[in-house]
Design a protein around this ligand. Structure first.
Ligand SMILES: [Fe+2]
Ligand SMILES: [Fe+2]
Length: 172
């Protein structure tokens, strides 16, 4: 950790680095979950959902990069082995064993909401204390919220199409 960085530190950095490593491991798992889901997806809106998942995957990888760089700047070490991602992460890896788009959307929504909670926590830990980590966490939080919105938009589209296709009762 740089001299100036240490001087202006007002947070428990051991705790912060630990939480950043949780987020880092979760980003890799999220990347893999989306990347694999994108390749496997079948069912309603397959093509556009696969494209969206690949975009999300790339963004999760960028997040992993941002978080790892910040861990290093703070004098920590990012999780060194992929084998440790699962045990370090608190958000569960949602295995895409059912490649139906409706199921994949549900799983990725759970993961996004867990990621949102993680970055909210990091924002709280650093608010007014570590401006740089706070800036990074806020930027990532914003993108996770966008991911959540994009998933629920797909879910709403699928629901409204199903309603449209099902026979309606006629009344007068
Ligand atoms: Fe992410
Ligand atoms: Fe995300």
């Amino acid at each position: 950790m740089g001299e100036m960085a240490q001087k202006i530190a007002k947070v428990d950095y051991d705790e912060l680095i630990k939480t950043l490593n949780v987020a880092f491991a979760e980003e890799w798992l999220a990347y893999y979950q989306y990347w694999l889901g994108s390749l496997l997806a079948v069912g309603p809106h397959r093509t556009s959902i696969a494209e969206e998942f690949m975009e999300h995957a790339n963004e999760e990888l960028k997040h992993a990069n941002m978080v790892a760089n910040r861990i290093i700047e703070l004098g920590g070490t990012p999780v060194l082995s992929p084998e440790k991602w699962g045990e370090t992460a608190i958000c569960r890896y949602e295995e895409p064993s059912n490649p139906y788009t409706v199921e994949l959307l549900k799983q990725n929504l759970i993961s996004e909401r867990c990621a949102i909670a993680r970055y909210e926590k990091i924002c709280e830990m650093t608010f007014g204390k570590d401006y740089e980590t706070h800036r990074i966490a806020t930027k990532i939080l914003h993108e996770e919220l966008e991911h959540e919105q994009e998933i629920t938009d797909f879910q709403d589209d699928i629901i409204s199409e199903q309603e449209h296709l099902s026979p309606k009762k006629l009344t007068n």
